[in-house]
Design a protein around this ligand. Structure first.
Ligand code: G3P
Ligand code: CA
Length: 252
């Protein structure tokens, strides 16, 4: 199977097109698709009864009208929550999508998927196993699929359960032992927080054959500057804005 990194675009819609639409909802995925995004990044975790759902936080409070912990709440209760009004009233019908619902929308636009594995601590294996079950049945084989995670155990599970799917290692700062870690986890890319971009480290990482991606960049000038210094791709809440800047600068 071809590594998803071989078709990595310069811009990945972060949590969908989440600068305008509510993050990690079907609305943010539709918007990314309508804006022509090539890939989206979304976060997956388990509902209280074991269904993979698209959500960023452990707590329901920030992005829904619910409260408590997502991994203690069954899917039927999660589905009753409004996951859109916090962003804007017009999104009041948005709910927390299941992974399957997200796949249906993403594939409708022919976009690639970077699925960030965000398991509750201790539920790494269950989360990755359930997500892979859904993906093996429903993700179109001709579209790029990349796993990433901050979680060591999630990446180990992904490698053991579906080794053919490329993996990226999420970190904030670039670890001193980046090469050992990437080799150990068998990851082909390092995804860093943009504030820790360091040109010397980045050139060493690229010279060793790894891709380097940075989150989250919403400023066009910063994106262009980091591309110039070797960055391969950015995660952005405003993918259309960054893509326009790339097009205007005639970057390939
Ligand atoms: O996967 C890149 C980025 O999404 C990681 O940070 O907190 O936005 O999930 P976060
Ligand atoms: Ca994420």
């Amino acid at each position: 199977m071809k590594s998803a990194y071989s078709s990595l675009p310069k811009v990945i819609a972060h949590r969908g097109s989440s600068g305008i639409a509510p993050e990690n909802t079907l609305a943010s995925l539709h918007l990314a698709g309508q804006q022509g995004a090539k890939w989206v990044e979304i976060d997956v975790m388990l509902s209280g009864d074991g269904t993979p759902v698209i959500f960023h936080d452990d707590s329901l409070a920030r992005t829904t009208n619910g409260e408590g912990l997502i991994y203690k709440t069954p899917l039927t209760d999660l589905k009753k929550l409004d996951a859109g009004s916090w962003k804007h009233d017009k999104y009041h019908q948005e709910t927390i999508p299941t992974l399957l619902e997200a796949i249906e929308v993403i594939s409708q636009y022919g976009m690639g998927l970077n699925l960030e594995l965000k398991p509750c601590e201790g539920l790494e294996e269950e989360t990755i196993e359930a997500s892979i079950d859904v993906l093996k049945q429903h993700w179109p084989k001709d579209l790029p699929l990349l796993f990433s995670s901050f979680s060591y155990f999630a990446l180990v599970s992904a490698k053991s359960l579906w080794p053919e799917i490329a993996r990226g290692y999420n970190v904030s700062a670039i670890p001193k032992a980046w090469q050992e870690r990437l080799e150990h986890l068998d990851c082909a890319g390092l995804h860093i927080h943009q504030s820790f971009f360091d040109v010397a480290q980045v050139s060493a990482i690229k010279a060793a054959g790894y891709k380097i991606l940075a989150f989250t960049i919403n400023d066009e000038a910063l994106a262009l500057n980091l591309f110039d210094q070797g960055l391969d791709a950015v995660f952005s809440d405003f993918p259309d804005k960054i893509q326009s800047a790339i097009d205007s600068a005639h970057l390939k």
